[in-house]
Design a protein around this ligand. Structure first.
Ligand code: DAH
Length: 339
């Protein structure tokens, strides 16, 4: 009898306690803690279930039903209160100042092309519009392509070990090309005229100061066909400088010497900077020397052509007002993002 009374009184206690306990819980965490006191592994209801076997047999069924009903009521009350708490949280969230979606986002930082690459693309673009094709050649080159076939005499100072980078295992047979004129040779060996080609790429020389880098970039160009003359050269290169530096650009051709052209010239433009005006050398050019045609198997009586070569770094430096070439290769993000 006593055990039954205790059982029933606990049951009544729980039945009268849980509504308040749930109502006082202000968060999901508090609610779950309150719930555990009744139905958790060491909760009161759980303890009552365990006592059922010690009740008189004739009471067990009724008491069992009683706890079950209470347990279901607690569970339903728990769900209701939880839904209420969630709803309240949502409402509180909506009640605060709304998220300001007009704030500028954190932008993605796209990469961009290096000033040398940009200049290279500009140059290629200008010549492409005149119908020049783009070709490339290897940076490790045969002595023959770099010098001999271009008419350099064997003792020319440019072929000196002090000026060029040779590869030990091959003696003086292979080197890092010192200019892109090698592509003239390669293209003419591979194709018959007429040809109009530009060839951008890296070249290497043993030079290292504010205006020279041991690696730099050049753009070579040439046109070969029937009766190509100095007039074509002037027409193409004159148009080119005006495309690159503006239609008002004043330029001149000044006689110069390169082993692979005759006559040879340098093209200068009139350059204004810091209130001063001076001639600035932009590129080397000329009519392709008969010796070059012979070395690639063309008949110099049949074809003629012009060629030119320019330093892309130098043009990029002029265009972007950079006075030390080393900035170009330092990979300093502060410099690169300013240009
Ligand atoms: N290859 C020469 C150099 O690296 C540049 C050059 C001059 C190329 C005259 C040419 C040319 O095609 O005609 O300095």
């Amino acid at each position: 009898v006593q055990i039954v009374e205790r059982f029933e009184s606990t049951l009544r206690q729980v039945a009268s306690d849980y509504p308040d306990a749930f109502a006082h819980a202000k968060s999901e965490h508090e609610l779950r803690a309150a719930n555990a006191k009744f139905v958790g592994p060491s909760g009161l209801i759980t303890a009552l279930f365990k006592q059922i076997p010690s009740l008189p047999v004739e009471q067990r069924k009724q008491m069992g039903r009683g706890i079950n009903e209470l347990k279901q009521a607690i569970s339903a009350a728990f769900d209701d209160r939880l839904a209420q708490i969630h709803r309240a949280a949502k409402e509180a969230e909506l009640a605060v100042t709304p998220l300001d979606t007009s704030l500028p986002g954190r932008g993605v930082m796209p990469g961009r092309l290096h000033p040398i690459t940009r200049t290279m693309y500009d140059l290629v673009d200008i010549f492409s519009r005149l119908g020049f094709q783009v070709a490339e050649g290897p940076e490790i080159e045969h002595h023959e392509h770099n010098f001999d076939k271009l008419g350099f005499p064997p003792d020319h100072p440019a072929t000196d070990m002090q000026d060029s980078f040779y590869f030990q295992p091959w003696g003086t047979e292979r080197l890092l090309r010192t200019h892109t004129s090698t592509v003239q040779v390669r293209e003419m060996l591979a194709h018959s005229p007429p040809l109009a080609v530009v060839a951008p790429g890296a070249v290497y020389r043993r030079d290292d100061d504010a205006t020279h880098s041991p690696m730099f970039f050049q753009l070579e160009g040439f046109m070969v066909g029937k009766d190509i003359s100095m007039a074509h050269l002037k027409g193409v290169l004159g148009w080119f400088v005006k495309q690159l530096f503006g239609t008002e650009t004043v330029y001149r051709l000044r006689p110069s010497y390169f082993p692979f052209v005759e006559p040879g010239a340098e093209l200068d433009i009139r350059w204004e900077s810091k209130g001063k005006s001076r001639w600035l050398e932009v590129l080397g050019c000329g009519l392709i020397h008969p010796v070059v045609f012979e070395s690639v198997g063309y008949d110099p009586e049949e074809v003629s052509g012009f060629a030119f070569g320019m330093g892309i770094d130098r043009l990029a430096m002029l265009k972007y007002g950079i006075d030390d070439i080393r900035w170009m290769y330092d990979n300093d993000i502060r410099f690169l993002s300013e240009i």
